[in-house]
Design a binder for this molecule. Structure first.
Ligand code: APR
Length: 247
């Protein structure tokens, strides 16, 4: 393990600025299941029935049943060694920003300051009818009393402020993520299958602009061939070892 870590540390030092792109694989060690590994969420739930905006409009209560289960896990999760290592590397000026596909807010809770949440977050839920925005604790409280939280102003069922399939990503987030990837000397992708666009387009942005790609992931990705370094290790242990090597 230490040779690849030394090589990755050298790349982080030499190819600044380093931007980190994270996926669900950095949160599994916090007890949050990922999506596409054999024990992932999509092995149990059909994303077409629970994670598309059409599914939500068709049957919001059914989609909230899915999200209520997820919220239970998400609100009790704590940042893990991988999140903490990335926050430490940012403090040392070795990581410029974290672009995350995760909606769990764990990077910020670990201390990362510059976090670009390209798939939104569970921090708030919004009313699609009147625009009312409601914080997570109010949503969790509402879910204890009803199968779905409804808007206090107009009564419509609220939608979690996470990007569902068929929805546009938050424009400012994906534009900033693309800009960061274009200017990155190194894009370090951790814990993602890199299968979902437009985020999966970020590695190409970096490499075609002259930067390099490194991947830390247990599973394979379509961009493994593009990576200067690929480590098939655990996110937490690998990022902690990287931070140690760069101390
Ligand atoms: N260490 C390293 N890799 C891990 C770990 C771990 N502890 N746990 C899981 N992995 C790997 C899995 O093997 C898998 O290759 O992380 C990857 C997670 O990939 P996905 O489950 O596809 O998650 P992600 O890439 O974030 O999905 C992107 O898809 O469904 C949508 O909106 C959802 O943001 C999500 C997007």
């Amino acid at each position: 393990m230490d040779e690849p870590i030394r090589a990755l540390a050298a790349l982080v030092r030499e190819r600044q600025p380093c931007v980190v792109l994270t996926g669900a694989g950095v949160s599994t060690e916090s007890g949050i299941p990922d999506f596409r590994s054999p024990t992932g969420i999509w092995a149990e739930y059909d994303p077409m029935e629970y994670a598309t905006i059409d599914a939500f409009r068709r049957d919001p209560v059914k989609v909230w049943e899915f999200y209520a289960l997820r919220f239970e896990v998400l609100v009790s999760a704590e940042p893990n060694a991988g999140h903490l290592a990335l926050a430490e590397l940012e403090r040392r000026g070795l990581v410029q920003a974290v672009v995350t596909q995760n909606i769990d807010g764990l990077h910020e809770r670990a201390g990362s300051r510059d976090v670009v949440e390209v798939h939104g977050s569970i921090r708030t839920a919004s009313c699609l009818e009147c625009g009312e925005q409601v914080p997570l604790d109010a949503v969790v409280a509402a879910l204890r009393a009803a199968p779905a939280p409804s808007c206090s102003r107009c009564g419509a069922i609220l939608k979690p402020d996470v990007v569902m399939f068929g929805e546009m990503l938050p424009v400012d987030a994906i534009e900033r993520a693309t800009e960061l990837a274009r200017r990155a000397g190194l894009l370090l992708a951790v814990g993602s299958t890199l299968e979902v666009y437009p985020v999966a387009g970020l590695p190409e942005e970096t490499v075609s602009a002259g930067g390099e790609l490194a991947i830390v992931n247990r599973g394979s990705t379509p961009f493994d061939g593009l990576a200067s370094i690929r480590i098939a290790g655990g996110a937490g242990e690998t990022l902690a070892a990287l931070a140690e090597e760069l101390a």
